[in-house]
Design a protein around this ligand. Structure first.
Ligand SMILES: Cc1cc2nc3c(=O)[nH]c(=O)nc-3n(C[C@H](O)[C@H](O)[C@H](O)COP(=O)(O)OP(=O)(O)OC[C@H]3O[C@@H](n4cnc5c(N)ncnc54)[C@H](O)[C@@H]3O)c2cc1C
Length: 441
């Protein structure tokens, strides 16, 4: 029955947590994730603020619970194509992409990677590393089953008769004739948990991203720092072997353009300062900021523990006027100090603390679901009417950073609220009337 089933779109922490609650309450959960792995943005972090908890240790048990839960059907490489019907009886078409590797036969031994002759940039690793055409996005990916990229695999794109991965697999798990599938499911309610993305720092030319190898986006920095990342946590400046000694973290990148404070970027900037100081104790770290957003009761202590200890905080009166220039490996960050003076700091690495923006495809998904976006392009919740996680369409809820910039804790709280709303809604719906038999019995 459709009212015993729920669709969750997006398998980050918000989607997984909502899914587990609903599954444990007896609902059948369809968890649709567009990537080949689950876990969302949190698995890109080595450690999380405010407690510097190991992110993998925090997320991996949740991923395992999801994958092992008999009431949760996790569909990776999948997207929602159409939605018909209404609350209690949504009919959803899902496109499930071919993985070309059997989820049941593969044991995750990784013997298939080495013989693959194709090397391509690893997008999940922010292009800081390479991967083969048969790959898992990162060490520790769950499910630990590789995927073949059909565009780059010479066998699948028709440019060669290569069979190297299939020959290397002792378990017959490579399925080169795998095909995309179209599935139809019926659900009573839908939770959107598609997360967010970061502002494209290359669009602000004055900040030097793309011109100077020492300028990094925040997600690049996360992967550079991560022990399961492309450099195994070795902190060197791209295209060089050099370890940075003077680092500037520039706050509020894109804030003026997006028109709102993203709230979590001050905290992740301080986290980065702490990471740097602990990995490179002699490093001098400078945070260039205007406002400091310390929006949770535990964050004041976190801020005070880092300010003046791991980093110097320098006030800038207009973040939009920050300019990064360079010569050779040296970088200079110029900024106005609000006292009528232009200040400069000389560094060898700059991290651009980018604003949080709606994830790619949010508008298209909202169109498919028939729901409204807010003025910034996030999924609109009815929060102004104390509805918080309800969207503009009955039976469709939103949780986590798909609704706006959020930290992990708030994302999970919203996910649990969404699960509660779904349970309350579906349990209050009347039992469907059984069709009368021809004899009237
Ligand atoms: C650089 C950086 C560092 C951060 N560090 C911290 C920290 O230390 N502590 C902290 O509390 N917070 C931190 N955050 C915030 C944290 O990442 C978010 O709060 C958290 O990831 C939100 O979880 P979520 O599940 O809502 O979204 P996500 O984690 O973004 O998950 C969304 C999932 O949905 C999938 N998806 C997207 N679109 C679709 C679609 N159309 N169909 C199917 N699936 C889709 C995505 O692939 C993804 O798996 C940081 C953020 C950034 C940018």
């Amino acid at each position: 029955m459709s009212r015993d089933s729920v669709l969750i779109i997006g398998a980050g922490l918000a989607g997984m947590k909502a899914g587990l609650l609903l599954a444990n309450a007896g609902k059948k959960v369809y968890l649709v994730e567009k990537l080949p792995l689950i876990g969302g943005m949190a698995i890109k972090d080595e450690e999380s603020f405010p407690n510097f908890e190991c992110s993998t240790c925090m997320v991996a048990p949740v991923q395992q619970d999801v994958l092992q839960n008999p009431h949760i059907e996790t569909m990776t490489l999948s997207t929602v194509e159409t939605v018909e019907g209404s609350v209690g009886e949504f009919k959803v078409n899902i496109k499930k992409g071919a993985r070309y590797v059997s989820m049941t036969d593969c044991i995750g031994c990784g013997m298939c990677y080495e013989p693959c002759p194709v090397s391509i940039n690893n997008e999940w690793e922010e292009d800081l590393g390479e991967m083969k055409a048969i790959y898992v996005p990162t060490a520790g990916s769950l499910p630990n089953v590789p995927t073949i990229d059909p565009q780059h695999c010479t066998r699948l794109n028709g440019s060669d008769e290569c069979n190297a991965c299939a020959e290397a697999c002792m378990f017959g798990a490579i399925k080169l004739d795998d095909k995309d599938e179209e599935l139809v499911i019926e659900v009573g309610a839908i939770v959107i948990a598609t997360g967010s993305s970061t502002y494209d720092v290359s669009s602000l030319e004055t900040l030097g991203y793309g011109s100077f190898p020492g300028v990094f986006s925040p997600l690049e920095f996360e992967r550079l720092f991560a022990s399961n990342g492309p450099t195994e946590g070795e902190m060197t400046i791209r295209d060089t072997e050099s370890v940075p000694s003077k680092i500037a973290i520039v706050h509020c990148v894109g804030r003026k353009e997006v028109g709102y404070c993203s709230s979590v970027c001050c905290m992740y900037s301080l986290k980065f300062a702490h990471f740097l100081k602990h990995k490179i104790p002699d490093a001098v770290v400078t945070n260039i900021h205007s406002d400091i957003c310390v929006h949770d009761k535990t964050y004041q202590k976190f801020y005070e523990g880092i300010n003046g200890v791991d980093t110097e905080m320098r006030f800038c009166s207009s973040m939009a006027d920050v300019c990064v220039s360079g010569n050779g490996s040296g970088l200079k960050v110029n900024y106005p100090d609000g006292k009528g003076k232009e200040q400069a700091v000389e560094v060898d690495m700059v991290i651009l603390a980018a604003a949080i923006v709606p994830t790619e495809g949010t508008a298209a998904l909202a169109g498919i679901l028939g729901i409204e976006l807010d003025g910034f392009g996030f999924i609109r919740s009815l929060s102004e009417n104390i509805g918080s996680i309800e969207t503009s369409r009955e039976g469709i809820f939103v949780a986590g950073s798909a609704e706006g910039p959020k930290d992990i804790q708030t994302s999970v709280i919203q996910a649990e609220a969404a699960a509660g709303k779904v349970m309350a809604l579906l349990s209050a719906m009347p039992e469907p009337v059984a069709a009368e038999s021809e004899t009237g019995e």
